[in-house]
Structures are given as structure tokens and as C-alpha cells.
Design a protein around this ligand. Sequence first.
Ligand SMILES: *[C@@H]1O[C@H](CO)[C@@H](O)[C@H](O)[C@H]1NC(C)=O
Ligand SMILES: *[C@@H]1O[C@H](CO)[C@@H](O)[C@H](O)[C@H]1NC(C)=O
Ligand SMILES: *[C@@H]1O[C@H](CO)[C@@H](O)[C@H](O)[C@H]1NC(C)=O
Ligand SMILES: *[C@@H]1O[C@H](CO)[C@@H](O)[C@H](O)[C@H]1NC(C)=O
Ligand SMILES: *[C@@H]1O[C@H](CO)[C@@H](O)[C@H](O)[C@H]1NC(C)=O
Length: 477
Amino acid sequence: MKFSTISALASLTSLVTAALPPINVTGNAFWNTETGDRFYIRGVDYQPGGSSNLTDPLGDESICKRDIEYFKELGINTIRVYSIDNEQSHDACMEALDDAGIYLILDVNTPKASISRASAKCSYNVKYLQNVFATIDEFAQYDNVLGFFAGNEVINDDKSTATATYVKATVRDMKKYLKARGFRAIPVGYSAADVDENRLQAAEYFNCGDDEDARIDMFGVNDYSWCGDSSFQQSGYKEKVTLYAGYSVPIFLSEFGCNEVPGSRPFTEIESIYSTDMSGVFSGGLVYEYSQEDNNYGLVDIDGDSVTKRDDFNNLAEQYNKTKNPEGNGGFNSQSSNYSECPDFEDGKWEANNTLPDMPSAASVFFESGAGKPLGTNAGDTQWACGDDDDFKFSSDSTTRSATTGGSQSSGSSGSSSSGSGSSASGSGSSESSSSRGSGSNLAIPTVFNIAYLILDNFGGICLLTFVLASVIAITV
Ligand SMILES: *[C@@H]1O[C@H](CO)[C@@H](O)[C@H](O)[C@H]1NC(C)=O
Ligand SMILES: *[C@@H]1O[C@H](CO)[C@@H](O)[C@H](O)[C@H]1NC(C)=O
Ligand SMILES: *[C@@H]1O[C@H](CO)[C@@H](O)[C@H](O)[C@H]1NC(C)=O
Ligand SMILES: *[C@@H]1O[C@H](CO)[C@@H](O)[C@H](O)[C@H]1NC(C)=O
Ligand SMILES: *[C@@H]1O[C@H](CO)[C@@H](O)[C@H](O)[C@H]1NC(C)=O
């Protein structure tokens, strides 16, 4: 991984610290590009503060360094972070994670810069993509980024399937952006809610079609089906292995750890997940979640600088410790070219379009110049910014990085120190009763313009028309 000149100089004295090699994808498995060994995700979801008080735990080394000690004790190799502030520098935390042998899976959305279920079409706009690409600019430089999630649980029932079109368009744009900017081929994926009605369609949709750029490189499933002392058969894991058999890209449990058990969670599923029962189809997973929050899934209690292990922590550490990975390649599927058939459009069942919308043309400047200035928490609400595409002004940033230009790492223009995006999370993720699940669930207070758009959108109107209308309103008022 690359660091700033200062930290690179500082670390000359400790050259013995081996930097983590990138992880890549071949067939339906992850691989360590240095040793050639299969890589299984052994991880936790990391969202201290919870979805109601979203903070960027990787933008503040006092937070990440407090917790990395516990990650090491758990014996994990990956964390997933649901939201970051792309205006902050992440050098210190990414280096500390690297030193601890830990990779990152990062969701590129914030609660208000994400695809919205209320109007997916409107939320897919140039300001949204600027925020996503600026996050890629910040993180693609680190070799220990395992992958990016373009969305989390955006489809969360049988009514929200049309949103998948825009999430898949985002996947495509992210992959094209990585290529255009000369970055490493970091896997781009989607993290799915476990929805009975469309579990298989979702998996197939994101991995179908002849446009390689539009197909995901990895698929995460948030699955809470193993509760307490269950088994491969009883939990339903066996059915999932059958359901996804032959899937051509890696699948893993992007959230697991059912809490509907008396007392602490025994985490007996660990033994099953890292066994040959599962390894032909699954590549490990991430426990939801590190810190105890209102929804009661924590491994530790955090109070300021102090961290207290819960019984769940000790149980998980013990399970990870005694469970080895399967031998050899774990029976992976090498048929990478055998991607899925696109599920048919079906009213009321699967309403995602197999023809993706073109990227907003105003976003093409990013492919040449990078995303420009990261806006962090100042990006505001992009979910309703569809009418801004035409008058979007590119704001260049002298510190913009890309592999092709060899741009140097900077600490970003971190004038504002506030991290996180406030309100509820794009990736609260938890299953069941959690009050705020999934990306883009937030409905910000719409302006007159937005309401006009929403109405027109529902009547098949177009952004431009709305924009003109809004301008007329603005002028006359
Ligand atoms: C992944 O890395 C390994 C080891 O460096 C290499 O042999 C393989 O070709 C890479 N696969 C892809 C798809 O880049
Ligand atoms: C939110 O998180 C920040 C940073 O961890 C903390 O200082 C603050 O007290 C938290 N606020 C609430 C309401 O919990
Ligand atoms: C290829 O995909 C099809 C349908 O998705 C599946 O039935 C078949 O088993 C796959 N073949 C292999 C070799 O994985
Ligand atoms: C696993 O537990 C044993 C016995 O307590 C301990 O000696 C060993 O260091 C642990 N291994 C890891 C990888 O934590
Ligand atoms: C799918 O998208 C295409 C191109 O934007 C559009 O013409 C078509 O009407 C859409 N189909 C549905 C069912 O929404």
C-alpha cells in the first residue's frame, strides 16, 4: 500500500512490517495474490456509533486504533465499514489495519448520497456519482481494500426491486471508473438483504448480461438464518448452497449472527461456514457487528476510550481460533465465464430493467480528470439532485489521485473535522426489527422542485422538463 511521503519515511525504520498483498478474484473465490492461497473472509461489520450516529471510524485514528487491538484478538482478517467521510484522510487507520493483517470492504454510500427507494431514477445523478468516485479516489490507493459495495439492502422487499436497475448502473460506472483512472481492479459488489420473494433473482440480476462491466465481482448476502445451536441442514445454509451452486463470482455472508437467542450468541455457524459443506459456494463472512448498539448485535461495549468484551466476543474468538479453512482450493468453481441468465421483468415480482440507463453525461468529466474535490459531509443530500446534472460544475482538486497520473497522497482538505453523516445509516444492515435498514431509506424533506420531480417522475416526466419548470417557479417567486 502507498502512504504519504511522511509516513513512508517514518516507516522506513520498520520495513520488516509486511504490507498486505491485494486480494483478487478468480472463478467464485478470492485469492491472495502473493501466496496464491484461497482467501476466506473472517470478519466483523464495523460501525461504532451505530446507524443512528454514523461516524467514520477510519477517519480518526483514536477510534480505529482503539478497536484494532480487539480485531487482532478476534483473529479476523477483514472488516466492513458502511460509510465514511471521503474528505478525511484515511492513511493512519488503513496503515494500522494493514499492520494488523486486516482488509477492508467499504460501502461507498452515505445515508443521503445513495440510491433512494423513493425515487431511484432521480437519485442516480452526477452529484451522487461524484461522491462515489471521490470515495474510490480516496480508497483505491490502499492495497488492503478487498472490495467496494455499490449498495446495501437497497432491495429489501418485493416492492423495491426496480431500484436494482440504478444500483447495477452504479456498479457499472464504478468498474468503468476504476479502469479509466488506472486503478487496480478492486472487486465491486452488492450486499443483499435476504428477501424470500426475490433472493435468487437479485443474485442473478447483478451477475447477468453480456456487459462485463455491469456485472458484479462479488455478492454479499446478509443472512441471519442460523440461530443459536443450529446445523448446516436446520439453519437453511444447505438450501442456500444449493440455490447459489454454479454462481460464477464469490459469495459471502456480508452480515450474519442471529441474535434471537437467550443469553449470548454461540457462533457455532463458524465451523460450518469454513467447512467444505460451504466452501464450494461461499467464501466466509462478516459478523454483525463489532459494537453494541440499540439493536443488540454487539461483540463489545464501547464507552469513550474504554472497550469491554461481551460474552459474544469470547465465543466468536474461540470459534475462529479452533476453526481452520478448508484445505487447498476448497472446491471452488473456476467457471468464471458462466455468469447468470438475466431474470425476466415481471410486474409485482421482479421489476428491474435489463437495459441499464446511460451514465449521466455530466459525469464523464470524472473519467478524464478524477472526481475532483471530495465533499465529505458537505455533499449534502444527492438523492434529489437529478435536476442538477445540466448545470453541474466540475470542481477540480489539485490533490486528486489516480494510478495513471501517480497523484500523490494527501491528507485531503480536511477543514471540517466532523465525521460521519449524521442521521440514519445507508448500511444499518441489521435484519429483523432494526428500524433503519438498507441504503437510501431516508426521505429528506423534499423541496418544491423535488416534489415537482417526484410527481412528474411518476407520470413518466423527464428531468429536463422538471428543471425548466423549477426554474420558472424560481424566477416567478
Ligand atoms: C490473481 O492473482 C494471481 C496471483 O498473483 C494471478 O496468478 C492471477 O492471474 C490473478 N487473477 C486475476 C483474475 O487477475
Ligand atoms: C456520536 O458519536 C460521536 C463520536 O463517536 C460521539 O462523540 C457522540 O457523543 C455521539 N453522539 C451520540 C448522540 O451518541
Ligand atoms: C453454469 O450456470 C448454469 C446456470 O446458471 C448452472 O446450472 C450450471 O451448473 C453452471 N455450470 C457450472 C459448471 O458451474
Ligand atoms: C488459539 O488458542 C490457543 C489456546 O488458548 C492459543 O495458544 C493460540 O494462540 C490461539 N490462536 C490464535 C490464532 O489466536
Ligand atoms: C427499460 O429501459 C428502457 C431504456 O431506458 C426503456 O425503454 C424501457 O421502457 C424500460 N422497461 C421497463 C419495463 O421499464
